[in-house]
Design a protein around this ligand. Structure first.
Ligand code: NDP
Length: 464
């Protein structure tokens, strides 16, 4: 008998996805390449290792792998993104027929996905590009899945993808058809951008508690755990509480980790997309650049003395909590505005509330706030227009300001909180200093400017 579903690439993610599919009763064929000098029979070994994969078939030959699948074939690729994916598709295509569906679950660039959809469509082969979030555990127990491409292609694989995805609070699958082209990979890319900023915000709060207020990691973990039981609940806050209590010998493991942050490029892509779309996703950008700055630390020579006397009381803790909540609200607003802009520009017609819904479980940025965003996004893609959120902006702003000022007194680096505060300052109607910019542009380049309260739409030029 033929297998219902094929999976290529048995690395960290592929192996877990295979176990997830098999645990859900899907008959699988598994393929991992064999290159000279590398491990042999990866698929067979993987099958032998996990009882749930017992009835799966393993291959390292593409022809027999393709022949083992029911037609139209449904093949999920979980391999290295980039050129490797193109090369692999070229190797696989000779063994495919019109009507077969390839699904790319790697972190591919959304522009590449559109190109691959068009390339394969010329051969009658369907291509679905899908974001998959949740890391290894998500892949195993249920990730958040963001597929895009031809709706007819999605219809052929929907049942399999919705089956293995996480379930939301209502028991609905955290997999939904996102839109055409590479919109699924775009949305996953912005998910990762939001993730960068969410991680950075927690890191900044930690730095403040640890180095300004001088609270021990176990106590910070306890505080985070307490926050995590309420409106600030999130997967990332939970894991940070857990990692803070880890010790190696007498030392906190966190103190032994070199503080230079790595990245695999999706934050960079998200920043490029924000820039290309003219969207001020300043939290994503600040979080990405914070990682870059951390890697050049030793070159920074300026050292001033932090404020030595600063008064703290327990009210400071609730202030920090409020500041962090507000920065998170700004991060999500910017992220969804970025997705909104892409949807407009590329004609994707995205459903923002559905995107928030599939991000309420399985993925790295799942949180109580994401749940709150579903009804808000149903009304408006700009969550700042939602009355409850607007009220929070007003109520929490003094706390964010106090947090920022205090952090600077201590020479702490809190770029993402500062970005949030600055964004709110400008949106609150304070001068964005853009009038000076416009006058300068007109001065040296005759770029013209518009006047306040002038409804004629006229552009003015002055001989300065
Ligand atoms: P791994 O490095 O663990 O696995 C990579 C897989 O790709 C291996 O099976 C590898 O085979 C295969 N591969 C590499 N190069 C080629 C090639 N030229 N031809 C065919 N197969 C190849 O990575 P992950 O499992 O972490 O990631 C896989 C994909 O999933 C990536 O695109 C990644 O960006 C994405 N992703 C990862 C997440 C994570 O949390 N790790 C989350 C979401 C997406 P071999 O063993 O022979 O080298």
């Amino acid at each position: 008998t033929k297998s219902a579903f094929g999976l290529v690439g048995l690395g960290v993610m592929g192996k877990s996805l295979a176990r997830n599919f098999a645990a859900n009763g899907v008959a699988l064929s598994l393929y991992n390449r064999f290159v000279k000098g590398s491990e042999e029979q990866v698929a067979e070994k993987c099958i032998a290792e996990y009882p749930e994969l017992q009835s799966a078939k393993g291959f390292e030959d593409l022809k027999t792998f393709a022949a083992s699948l029911e037609q139209p074939r449904k093949i999920f690729l979980m391999i290295k993104a980039g050129e490797e994916t193109d090369t692999f598709i070229e190797e696989l295509v000779p063994y495919l027929n019109a009507g077969d569906v390839l699904i790319d679950g790697g972190n591919s660039y959304y522009g590449d996905t559109k190109r691959r959809i068009e390339f394969l469509a010329r051969k009658g082969i369907y291509f679905i590009g899908t974001g998959v979030s949740g890391g290894e555990q998500g892949a195993l127990k249920g990730p958040s899945i963001m597929p895009s491409g031809d709706p007819d292609a999605y219809a052929l694989v929907e049942k399999y993808l919705t089956l293995i995805a996480a379930k939301d609070k209502q028991g609905e699958s955290c997999c939904t058809y996102i839109g055409k082209d590479g919109s699924g990979h775009f949305v996953k890319m912005i998910h990762n951008g939001i993730e960068y900023a969410e991680m950075q915000l927690i890191a900044e709060v930690y730095a403040y508690l640890r180095y300004a207020i001088k609270i021990e990691p176990t106590e910070i973990a306890a505080l985070f755990t307490e926050w995590n039981s309420g409106e600030l609940n999130s997967y990332l806050l939970g894991i940070t509480a857990a990692l803070l209590i880890k010790k190696e010998g007498d030392a906190w493991l966190i103190d032994l980790i070199l503080d230079k942050a790595g990245n695999k490029g999706t934050g960079n892509w998200a920043t490029i997309a924000a820039s290309e779309l003219g969207q001020p996703a300043t939290l994503i950008t600040s979080a990405l650049f914070a990682r870059y700055v951390s890697t050049i630390k030793e070159h920074i020579l300026v050292n001033t003395q932090p404020a030595s006397v600063y008064h703290f009381n327990t009210a400071a803790l609730s202030e920090i909590k409020d500041a962090y909540m507000l920065a998170r609200i700004v991060n999500h607003q910017q992220g969804f505005m970025l997705i909104h802009e892409a949807s407009q520009k590329y004609g994707w017609d995205l459903n923002f509330a559905e995107i928030a819904r599939i991000w309420t479980n399985g993925c790295i940025i799942r949180s109580a706030f994401m749940e709150e965003l579903i009804p808000a996004l149903k009304k408006d893609s700009n969550i700042f227009t939602h009355p409850a959120i607007l009220k929070q902006l007003k109520d929490l702003k003094p706390a964010l300001k106090a947090f920022a000022v205090n952090a600077l007194q201590y020479d702490l680096s809190v770029p993402s909180h500062l970005a949030a505060l600055d964004y709110l300052n400008v949106l609150s109607g304070n001068y964005a200093t853009a009038n000076i910019i416009q006058a300068q542009r007109d001065f040296f380049g005759a770029h013209t400017y518009q006047k306040i309260g002038d409804s004629s739409g006229k552009y003015y030029h002055t001989e300065w």
